[in-house]
Design a protein around this ligand. Structure first.
Ligand code: 13P
Length: 249
């Protein structure tokens, strides 16, 4: 059975004090939930977040990592360093990493491999630009992003993979994909996984939707058959709205 997951990607927001405040608000507001909850603070606040959330079911996730074991990669962070501060999952392939830091399918494939080798879970992001959708190339674009970075994996690795469809035109724009557009793409992705692997893997993999999810639209989006949760940006920076999204299931 696949899991419902709501993950907050804090991006480059919240200094140490704001991180502590938001986490204590989340702990206070959190009720029992059937969904897995994850938050991804910035690198420098991961240790503190791990400590504060240690006794809770909220999981701390990194927004990025390097593919190498260690070495001369100034400014980078390795999988082992993340694990040493209690972080066992990582977001890879976010469109902001692809666009502003030139991360391509090849680099992402290496990062995925490294994370899995270190027994970390991977939230793998992909999604089309507006031009791709307008030219009806969105299925093709998403298909190649997934195939190039993930379809070399053995079946056994898929238990550690979470997929996140984030149409670039919906990120931070307030213009969310319609529940029907999300469902259509998620069903397509599940079919791709079934064709390349099998239906047991495709039915078990959680596929999250990301892009302007808010308390007002979460219920309708999460209500779709193949949408198993969300990757939330802006609305995850406010404890009440993040919890309202979590409680939309
Ligand atoms: P917004 O929810 O702010 O649109 O961001 C989505 C996102 O990029 C999550 O990774």
């Amino acid at each position: 059975m696949r899991k419902n997951i709501v993950a907050g990607n804090w991006k480059m927001n919240n200094d140490l004090a704001a991180t502590k405040t938001l986490i204590s608000e989340l702990i206070e507001l959190k009720k029992t939930s059937n969904s897995e909850i994850m938050i991804a603070p910035t690198f420098v606040n991961l240790l503190e977040a791990s400590k504060l959330l240690k006794e809770t079911s909220i999981q701390v996730v990194s927004q990025n990592m390097h593919y190498a074991e260690s070495g001369a990669f100034t400014g980078e962070i390795s999988a082992k360093m993340l694990k040493a501060v209690g972080v066992n999952a990582v977001i890879l392939g976010h469109s902001e990493r692809r666009e502003y830091f030139n991360e391509d399918d090849l680099i992402l494939k290496e990062k995925v491999d490294k994370a899995l080798q270190e027994s970390m879970d991977v939230i793998f992001c992909f999604g089309e630009q507006l031009d791709d959708r307008n030219s009806e190339n969105h299925f093709k674009v998403v298909e190649s992003q997934i195939k190039n970075a993930l379809f070399h994996l053995p079946s056994s690795s898929w238990k550690s993979v979470i997929l996140a469809y984030e149409p670039v035109w919906a990120i931070g724009t307030g213009q969310t994909a319609s529940p029907e557009q999300a469902q259509e793409m998620h069903a397509y992705i599940r079919k791709l996984v079934a064709e390349h692997y099998n239906t047991s893997i495709s039915e078990d993999v959680s596929i999250l939707y990301g892009g302007s999810v808010k308390p007002e639209n979460a219920k309708e989006i999460f209500g779709k058959l193949d949408v198993d949760g969300g990757l939330i940006g802006g609305a995850a920076l406010d404890a009440k709205s993040f919890m309202a999204i979590i409680n939309s299931f």
